[in-house]
Design a protein. Structure first.
Length: 305
């Protein structure tokens, strides 16, 4: 009896010890990356949250001190905050919708081209690899510049007048939406094209035998099959749009006035131009909270579906 009890115990000790060794080895491999992540993200975020509850105005340093939630309550009566929040929502919704619609349309079109898809994929990558500040400067100096920009040359060739695309408050927001859409639509296009290429052809053949029209095949077959890809594109592009900064800053600087001042730019201007670091930190915290809330909601909807 003693042998029959001791043997299984000894047999169990080996795998348990090996599992613990593998776990310690995995922790040792992850520890440097986790430490780097803690230093570069978690600690700055904690510091940002602490600053958001401070009254830090470098223009009037003698008024500095603990403010509690005063910076957050101040936003309720700040029309500039509500304007930047509205612009952020408009900018995000417009760019994401345009990227998904245009990217899917281009993917469906390119899928009908049997040859040359490799070259089109390479060409689509080029706007993505460019730095956003380079994209903003490119559009500001070569595409949307008054009188000699590419867009003005086209409009004047068809008999339309010249427009100040980045200097007109009504056109500036449309212009920065076009800039962001131009740079990141290729990402949606590549994801949609890769997903459409994997769809089973027998399903479409069966639909054709049942005399389903093209729009019916698209609505009832294509869209449900590529829904996971569309959701992931929406989530990723929405996170990028909410945190957009460099391209808008290089193209308009948030102007003219506050016509393109999204919440990210408002936080930057408040902190580094107006030197009100405490209020700028609270604006950044609100933007982070909105981003996390939308991300959580999108992932919950994706999981629920």
């Amino acid at each position: 009896m003693a042998i029959s009890i001791t043997a299984p115990a000894a047999g169990r000790a080996g795998p348990v010890t090996l599992a613990r060794q593998e776990q310690r080895f995995a922790i040792a491999l992850l520890a440097p990356a986790l430490l780097l992540l803690l230093v570069t993200t978690t600690i700055p975020l904690v510091y940002l949250a602490w600053n958001s509850m401070q009254r830090i105005d470098l223009g009037m340093p003698w008024l500095s001190g603990f403010a509690g939630l005063d910076n957050y309550t101040k936003m309720g009566a700040d029309p500039r905050f509500w304007n930047s929040l509205w612009l952020t929502l408009v900018y995000t919704a417009s760019t994401v919708a345009l990227q998904v619609v245009i990217g899917l349309s281009l993917a469906l079109l390119v899928l009908q081209i049997p040859k040359g898809q490799g070259a089109l994929r390479i060409a689509a990558i080029l706007p993505i690899v460019l730095a956003p500040v380079v994209v903003g400067l490119f559009w500001r100096t070569l595409v949307l510049a008054p009188d000699f920009g590419l867009v003005d040359l086209v409009t004047r060739s068809v008999g339309l007048p010249s427009y100040n695309w980045l200097g007109d408050p009504q056109l500036a927001l449309i212009s920065v939406i076009a800039i962001h859409t131009w740079q990141w639509t290729p990402f949606a296009f590549l994801v949609m094209l890769a997903t459409l290429s994997t769809l089973p052809p027998d399903v479409y053949e069966a639909a054709r035998l049942d005399r389903a029209r093209p729009w019916q095949r698209f609505v009832y077959i294509t869209l449900p099959l590529i829904r996971p890809a569309i959701v992931m594109v929406v989530i990723m592009r929405m996170m990028t749009a909410l945190s957009a900064f460099a391209a808008i800053f290089a193209a308009t600087g948030g102007g003219p006035g506050t016509s393109t001042e999204i919440l990210n730019l408002y936080a930057y201007r408040t902190s580094f131009s107006e030197l009100n670091v405490g209020y700028g930190a609270s604006l950044a915290m609100v933007l982070m909270g909105i981003t996390l809330a939308i991300s959580w909601l999108m992932f919950r909807l994706r999981k629920a579906r």
